[in-house]
Each structure stands twice: as C-alpha cells, then as structure tokens.
Design a binder for this molecule. Structure first.
Ligand code: NI
Ligand code: MN
Length: 233
C-alpha cells in the first residue's frame, strides 16, 4: 500500500509500507501548510526537485532530525552535504534511476530554473517517477508543459502536476499535460499557496473531467490518496 499526502504547495509525504519519504518539504514558512518540520523525525528519504526556497526550505532540518537521506540532482546533493553537513545524500541526474528499499526512483526533466537560496547553482530542475508496489507515480514538480512527459511518464497510475501558473504551468497546460501523459488519476499541486498562484480548482476539476480520461482528485492540505489494487491496470 502506498499513501500520498499533500502537505501544501509542492510538498508531499509518500508512505510505501513502512518507508516514509518527503518530497520538497516546505512547511515553516508555507502559509498553506499545517504540518511542521518536527512532525517528521521518522523520515527515511527526502527528495528535492530543485533549488528554490519553496522546495528546499525545511529539508536540512528534517534530514538532521531524522537522519534521512537527501536525494537530489548532483549539485543540490553536494550543497546539502557541504553547506548543511547532511551526512547521507544521493546525487543523481536527469534520466538516471536509483533503486531504493521501497522501489525505483527516476529523475526526469522539468522545464524550470533551479538556483539555491544562497545563490549557489542548483544545476537544473527535475521531476521524479517513482515505481513502488507495482504502481508508477509521476511527480512533475515545478515545470512548464513539455512533450517528453509522454516518454517519461506516459500511462502512469498517478500524475501530480502543478496548476498554479506564474511559476509553473497553469490550468490550460496542465490539461495538455494530462492529455499527453494519460494517467489514471491526477492530483493538482503548487497552487493557492499565495495570491499570485491562486486558481479556481473547481474549474480545473471540471476541465479534467470534460477534456481528459483521467480522474482528478483534489486533496485538502493533509489529505491523502491511497494506491491500492483498485488502481491496478
Ligand atoms: Ni521553483
Ligand atoms: Mn516552486
């Protein structure tokens, strides 16, 4: 059983059986988050998609609290090791895959920028495809629409896509992405955190239903979706 919980913005808790994985934890300064970094002393891996503050903000503290392994593109993994003395890191790069205790994780392209908060280079932005328990989950993370989503994530069980516009794709292009990827289910992310990325999520849901074959699932912050046998293809 895999459970995916929205922590607000681009932050997710992924639970695969007994493994707890955080993606882009941004909690303390996130006006939409209800969880706090100290809620995650029990965390095994932290995935970082890119260097922006709203994705790396609480990762170092949580990694220190929990001794979690930080997984990121090479430049960001090195930054956590050198600037934050994080002992366990895995640096990877676009197109690469790593086998972890809970499944396989592939780092895939994202069309976005990636400077770290102190001005260091974060390499380039990434997304992730996680294969666990026979399910494939695509976290697009911060990105514009791009056609190669079909190659990397075509037919996934669950796609997590940004819809907030301004910094990432908005509603219109998320629909194009869903048409390209053809996921069974789709979750929206990176919206309604602040006024500039406020969108009408009801309109998004309606468009997904009308214009794609995917099932839209709008979670409240703290809400979860379970990937069990009902999702099996
Ligand atoms: Ni960003
Ligand atoms: Mn962002």
């Amino acid at each position: 059983m895999t459970s995916i919980t929205w922590l607000g913005h681009g932050s997710w808790l992924i639970e695969c059986d007994n493994h707890r994985i955080l993606l882009d934890p941004f909690l303390s300064d996130n006006p939409s988050a209800t969880a706090k970094p100290d809620d995650f002393f029990d965390c095994h891996h932290i995935l970082i998609s890119h260097g922006h503050f709203d994705h790396v903000a609480d990762a170092a503290q949580i990694a220190k609290n929990s001794n979690a392994t930080v997984i990121a593109i090479h430049e960001i993994a090195q930054w956590f090791a050198e600037q934050h003395q994080i002992e366990q890191t895995i640096g990877m790069n676009l197109g690469g895959q790593v086998t972890l205790p809970f499944g396989t994780l592939k780092m895939v392209p994202a069309v976005h920028s990636s400077q770290l908060p102190d001005g260091s280079s974060g390499g380039v932005a990434a997304g992730f495809v996680l294969t666990t328990g026979g399910r494939r989950i695509y976290f697009a993370c911060d990105t514009a629409y791009f056609g190669d989503m079909a190659h990397y994530a075509g037919g996934v069980d669950l796609a997590v896509l940004p819809i907030g516009d301004l910094f990432t794709m908005g509603i219109e292009e998320s629909i194009a992405a869903i048409q390209t990827i053809q996921p069974t289910q789709v979750l929206p992310a990176h919206y309604n955190t602040w006024p500039p990325i406020t969108v009408d999520v009801e309109m998004w849901t309606k468009k997904v239903r009308e214009e794609t074959e995917a099932e839209p699932i709008v979670l409240p912050v703290g809400g979860s979706v379970q990937l069990d046998s009902t999702l099996a293809k």
